[in-house]
Write a new protein. Structure first.
Length: 123
């Protein structure tokens, strides 16, 4: 269910998810594909997984610290396909900000399904 004050991101859009690049944290498989951990909610996420909308940003703006992070791309359609939703949520310092909603902290399946549809784009 989409929250009332938010506009849905179109299914034709692409989302960017910034994730740690650290072998200890295991956000990436040995073949370079993302693990489900890249899309797993944390307590501090308040039920909303932060992403950027591709057409509103650049890889450099979305990734921030290239030494610490990698940028994943995910079709918005993949979010809707697993019965989640994604909405625009612009912030003063990040007008491209959006979120993926509809998961809870205990959900292991939906993060796995999202990771299977995502791929690393930067750097």
């Amino acid at each position: 269910m989409i929250k009332h004050d938010y506009q849905p991101v179109p299914a034709s859009e692409f989302l960017w998810r910034r994730t740690y690049f650290d072998p200890i944290r295991k956000y990436f498989n040995p073949n370079g594909s993302p693990t489900s951990r890249a899309f797993k909610l944390r307590e501090k996420d308040s039920g909303q997984l932060s992403v950027d909308v591709k057409t509103l940003s650049t890889p450099e703006k979305s990734i921030g610290d290239v030494a610490k992070f990698r940028l994943l791309e995910l079709p918005a359609q993949a979010v809707y396909d697993v019965e989640l939703y994604t909405c625009y949520d612009p912030l003063p310092h990040n007008p491209a900000h959006a979120f993926i909603g509809g998961m809870d902290l205990e959900d292991d399946l939906k993060p796995k399904l999202l990771a299977e549809k995502a791929y690393k784009i930067f750097p």
